[in-house]
Design a protein. Structure first.
Length: 111
């Protein structure tokens, strides 16, 4: 009986997440979090990977040290955060959009 309840909960949770209009949050959150960790806090990428484990479950990222920006992809969205020219303002999100590569695989993503 417990396993049936867990399965029902999992299916309900999965349905809620897939129908949510805020599915861009994992990639956007990871991009901004990694950008702030690496460029504002001046931590190592290895350290920042350790402190963002939860966001990385749903997203992957790439760091461009020359442009001081972080791009992240996950849950069919991509996001990019960049360090502001004035370090006082830290990092901000510049792009959050449907990932074109995922949109080809899942055409109803852009709803």
């Amino acid at each position: 009986m417990k396993s049936l309840t867990k399965l029902f909960f999992f299916i309900t949770l999965l349905g809620t997440i897939s129908g949510c209009k805020y599915t861009e949050a994992p990639s956007a959150g990871l991009a901004k979090e990694m950008c702030s960790c690496i460029f504002v806090s001046q931590q190592t990428e290895q350290y920042c990977r350790m402190v963002t484990k939860e966001a990385r479950i749903l997203s992957k990222f790439e760091v461009d040290y020359n442009r001081k920006e972080v791009s992240a992809r996950g849950v069919n969205f991509r996001a990019m955060a960049r360090m502001d020219k004035n370090p006082r303002y830290g990092c901000s999100l510049k792009v959050v959009e449907v990932d074109p590569e995922s949109a080809e695989e899942y055409p109803d993503n852009g709803r």
